[in-house]
Design a protein around this ligand. Structure first.
Ligand SMILES: NC(=O)c1ccc[n+]([C@@H]2O[C@H](COP(=O)([O-])OP(=O)(O)OC[C@H]3O[C@@H](n4cnc5c(N)ncnc54)[C@H](OP(=O)(O)O)[C@@H]3O)[C@@H](O)[C@H]2O)c1
Length: 238
């Protein structure tokens, strides 16, 4: 096993994932950015050269798993970090408008996508020392905040809140299983980002959130595992 630091980041074509990828590539890491379009992969390859190995895949279906393993196993025998970041926004805000199809789409991207990517890379994480899995969540997935009426003004979709809450439960299940293997599992709310998915109160450029993320992860230890960390203000209650 070499000493190189390797990271897989899903949703690296734009927004938070794009900026995270840029920061880790600038730091000399071997990167595996997962994107949906070949044009995005070509752009990353051109920009970052031989230490960047894009994966073209959609985390919303099982076909992403052999695509991920095929690229990773060709270039590395271990993986230090996986960031499950890919996601989409919800479309409807009331019980009259919501559809099962929308909820399924969001669950596929935010929760099942994170499960698929983690399954695909688990042996490589186990081959690294102190590997880390980071699931990018949202304050909107917090049961406690929702129960307190924090998002009751009709501006936040059912599907996004349901999908992030499901992803949070995955994080907790996974953390409990992998703690004994020395793999830390984190849930991180990146802030209210000025991206394609921005809420009305968004105020943080994704480049700023990415920089906070890198500093936070560098310092993160096992005590942060099983907590929902906010890059804005400490911690989000589950
Ligand atoms: N924006 C916010 O205020 C905010 C707040 C809290 C949490 N978050 C979370 O932060 C993460 C990043 O969000 P963002 O604001 O950076 O969003 P964004 O700018 O809309 O970027 C989303 C990224 O995910 C990719 N993606 C979506 N569905 C995918 C799929 N099925 N398979 C593979 N890639 C997929 C997109 O690829 P394409 O370019 O191909 O569409 C894009 O690269 C998400 O998990 C989001 O829920 C965002």
């Amino acid at each position: 096993m070499g000493n190189k630091q390797c990271i897989l980041i899903t949703g690296a074509s734009r927004g938070l994932g794009y900026h995270l990828h840029q920061l880790y590539a600038e730091r000399g890491w071997t990167t595996f950015p997962l994107v949906r379009r070949e044009s995005a992969a070509a752009g990353l390859r051109d920009a970052w050269g031989e230490r960047c190995h894009p994966i073209v895949a959609d985390v919303s279906n099982d076909e992403c798993m052999p695509k991920i393993t095929e690229v990773l196993y060709r270039h590395t025998q271990h993986l230090n970090v996986v960031v499950n970041n890919a996601g989409i926004g919800g479309r409807t805000y009331t019980i009259s408008d919501i559809t099962a199809g929308e909820v399924l789409d969001l669950l596929q991207a935010h929760c099942l996508g994170a499960i698929r990517c983690t399954q695909a890379v688990l042996p490589l994480l186990q081959a690294a020392k102190h590997a880390k899995i980071v699931n990018v969540t949202s304050r909107l997935g917090s049961m406690t905040k929702n129960a307190a009426g924090g998002f009751s003004d009709g501006q936040f979709s059912y599907s996004y809140r349901i999908a992030k809450a499901a992803q949070n439960m995955f994080t907790l299940c996974l953390e409990q299983e992998l703690a004994k293997n020395g793999i830390a599992v984190y849930s991180v709310h990146p802030g209210r980002l000025l991206t394609g998915m921005a809420a009305d109160d968004a105020d943080t450029p994704p480049a700023v959130a990415a920089s906070r993320f890198v500093s936070w992860l560098e310092a993160a230890d096992d005590r942060a595992s099983a907590h929902c960390i906010s890059l804005e203000d400490g911690e989000v209650p589950w």
